[in-house]
Ligand binder design. Structure first.
Ligand code: HPA
Length: 273
């Protein structure tokens, strides 16, 4: 499915509007954080397999359903599960749901992920609000013909993450006693975790956290004029920092441990929007 096929994007948007109603805020749930969807009231759900043009995730911890509902009196769409470049998808395919959001008139996107802490002052279970990102993958979802209905050929990324959303999220975190840093997220392609040498390199280059997602979605959202808040759950310290191997189990366990404070925090952020 091409991310540039406007009629396919509109078909998917129509199915979502029919099955899940409307919302102008969306959240993409990262690994282990999909439980947020079940905290919504007045929920409707569509499995990705029922939405034309959607690709079903194969990654463990990614349910693969579009959920709508209410939180803090706000209507919100939640993508519970996402697809990744390491599953063999190109960045354009990953951007397809973002383009659908744009056609559904979503104006605010909260993108979340599980990430390794590169900044050694971070601890597993902390959160990081993205101030910026480094795209270390070589992929960009906007490669190919530009869809002028969505945005310009050369979109600005000098403030890819929205400054006022960052402040709102930090205020909400401090009122709840949630530990939230601000920092730079580096996206690597995965699926192998990074080597210790790569993590030392990323730290020198200014990264505070590393993961395998998020950047294509942020770029596609900014192209469409959607404002973006990015939140990483630091599920583990990145490779080489601690004398232990990395594992997906640790990522899922930490996500599970923080899921309640994550949900409360997101509800507080939504209340302030
Ligand atoms: N590296 C890359 N992706 C990740 C990590 C990591 O350490 N933890 C969770 N996702």
């Amino acid at each position: 499915m091409s991310a540039y096929d406007l009629s396919a994007i509109d078909r998917a948007a129509a199915i979502i509007r029919g099955g899940c109603g409307s919302a102008d805020i969306a959240l993409i749930a990262g690994s282990g954080l999909g439980g947020f969807a079940s905290t919504l009231t007045n929920r409707s759900t569509l499995p990705y397999g029922d939405i034309p043009g959607f690709t079903v995730s194969t990654a463990p911890g990614h349910a693969g359903k579009w959920v709508s509902g209410e939180c803090s009196g706000k209507r919100v769409y939640v993508m519970s599960g996402r697809i990744h470049c390491y599953e063999g998808h190109d960045a354009q395919t990953i951007a397809f749901p973002i383009r659908v959001m744009a056609r559904l008139n979503v104006h605010t996107l909260i993108v979340t992920n599980a990430a390794g802490g590169v900044n050694t002052s971070y601890k597993p279970g902390d959160f990081m609000v993205l101030s910026d990102f480094i795209n270390f993958t070589g992929y960009n979802p906007l490669c190919g013909a530009n869809l002028d209905d969505f945005g310009p050929r050369f979109p600005d990324m000098s403030q890819a993450l929205d400054g006022s959303l960052i402040q709102t999220s930090l205020d909400a975190a401090s009122s709840l006693g949630v530990t939230a840093h601000t920092g730079v997220y580096a996206m690597m392609s995965g699926p192998s975790y990074e080597t210790p040498a790569e993590i030392r390199m990323l730290r020198i280059l200014g990264a505070d956290a590393v993961g395998m997602s998020t950047v294509p979605e942020v770029i596609a959202a900014r192209h469409s004029g959607i404002r973006v808040l990015g939140i990483s759950c630091i599920t583990n310290m990145a490779a080489g920092i601690l004398p232990q191997p990395l594992s997906h189990e640790e990522v899922m366990e930490t996500g599970d441990r923080v899921k309640e404070s994550f949900s409360q925090w997101v509800c507080k952020i939504l209340a302030a929007l």
